[in-house]
Ligand binder design. Structure first.
Ligand SMILES: Cc1cc2nc3c(=O)[nH]c(=O)nc-3n(C[C@H](O)[C@H](O)[C@H](O)COP(=O)(O)OP(=O)(O)OC[C@H]3O[C@@H](n4cnc5c(N)ncnc54)[C@H](O)[C@@H]3O)c2cc1C
Length: 382
């Protein structure tokens, strides 16, 4: 067994949650090690919208300036119809301070690069192409066997390995996989034409309801925009690459105005990403012994509140605060749970409710009120 020192924490998964936790623990002087299953460390997906709570947490880690410099600042949230006519426009609160945007849209590779650069600067040991095969708890430590056969002893283990977490399977074998929400998300990055019409306002995220589905338009830079289309009644199988642009344009056929202009620019299969949406909420506790789950491993959400990565970032910040304090690991995990469960439950359940109303509308349902109320709760300090 490799000797790691009695205080070292092992983080499994170098995505949003694991990387944020690594940066936050290192800043507090805790020794860490990170393992990532991908042999080449790269993020999945294209764009990421980071709302006010995420920016506030990144400010606490001194990463906000890089994130804001790498993304497009957004200030307003407009809901509208298939012609792009807004029916309501909300000013989003600037939770990170008046000098920063209310939220940003940035590429996942860009955000990943910011976290990776910070870990390199701090000298965090990251081992790629590796996962864990077994966890053995004893009174004072946890023994881990890695997929390369090596074993080592840690003070605590954190499963930050996403929706299909292997650590979750090891500590909670009774839990199943995430459930499909019934929707799929189509995303395409398009160049911005010089003229988008007077309905289109700068610095605004648009959520537009057509007769059959929902489209979101999110500026990512002065030159590009991102179109996200939520398809109801999505099948399980990913369509062939070659037909992705044609199918995405067909799903957007009812839209007029600036969406129609943007739709016509979806032509190349490499522009389009298709992903089935899924939900999972692990009921308390998210820990067994000295091993805990954070991020999507504990709470996988549909993107209706654009807060999945935000919750993963906050998990990293809060767990670092609790684990770097005095006292037993289990007590730190319990304090973490009491600060995190209700907030993450609210994101998963309200997002799932919004997804459900999009698929099966109910008279009297008010998705905008539920969205506003959820974001109001998330604006409270963590
Ligand atoms: C289509 C879509 C759009 C979204 N848009 C937004 C958005 O705009 N804003 C937002 O806030 N959230 C958004 N989310 C949610 C967000 O992407 C997730 O909540 C976030 O990535 C969760 O971070 P994580 O670190 O927990 O998991 P991940 O980011 O999935 O990272 C997990 C990491 O663990 C690694 N790993 C997996 N298995 C193992 C293993 N066995 N051993 C070691 N390593 C392993 C993976 O390779 C990966 O690097 C969206 C989600 C979807 C599906």
């Amino acid at each position: 067994m490799r000797e790691t020192g009695s205080n070292r924490v092992l983080i499994v998964g170098a995505g949003v949650a694991g990387s944020t936790l690594a940066v936050a623990l290192h800043a507090r002087g805790v020794e860490i090690e990170l393992v990532e299953i991908q042999p080449e460390w790269k993020p999945l997906g294209t764009g990421l919208m980071l709302m006010g709570p995420s920016l506030r947490a990144l400010r606490g880690l001194d990463l906000i300036d890089d994130a804001v410099a790498g993304g497009a600042g957004l200030y307003h949230f407009a809901v509208g119809d298939e012609a792009g006519n807004p029916t309501s426009v909300t000013d989003l609160p600037r939770l990170a301070g008046d000098e920063y945007p209310a939220c940003i849209e940035l590429g996942r590779p860009a955000f990943h690069g910011i976290l990776a650069k910070e870990m390199r600067r701090a000298g965090v040991p990251v081992r790629l192409g590796l996962t864990i095969d077994a966890i053995d708890e004893n009174d004072n430590a946890v023994d881990v066997t890695f997929s390369d056969g090596e074993s080592a002893r840690y003070r605590a283990v954190v499963g930050a390995d996403g929706a299909y977490s292997g650590v979750r399977r090891l500590i909670f074998p009774e839990l199943g996989a995430p459930r499909p929400s019934g929707q799929a998300l189509w995303r395409a990055m398009v160049d911005r034409p010089p003229e988008l019409g007077s309905n289109f306002q700068e610095g605004t995220v648009y959520m537009l309801y057509g007769p059959h589905n929902k489209a979101m338009i999110i500026p990512t830079s002065p030159r590009q925009l991102y179109i996200a289309l939520t398809e109801n009644g999505a099948g399980h199988d990913r369509p062939d690459d070659a037909v992705l642009p044609e199918l995405m344009r067909a799903h957007l056929a009812d839209y007029r105005g600036f969406v129609a202009v943007l739709r016509d620019q979806i032509t190349d299969p490499s522009q389009v990403i298709w992903r089935r949406l899924e939900v999972l909420l692990v009921k308390p506790a998210w820990h067994r012994g000295r091993t805990i789950l954070i991020g999507d491993a504990a709470h996988t959400t549909t993107p209706n509140l654009a807060s999945g990565a935000g919750m993963a970032i906050e998990d990293g910040v809060v767990l670092a605060e609790e684990l770097s304090g005095e006292g037993p690991v289990e007590a730190a995990f319990e304090r973490f749970m009491s600060r995190r469960y209700e907030r993450c439950r609210m994101v998963v359940e309200n997002s799932a409710q919004l997804s459900e109303w999009e698929q099966r509308p109910v008279p009297g349902a008010d998705p905008i009120a539920l969205t506003d109320e959820s974001w109001r709760v998330l604006s409270q300090p963590i």
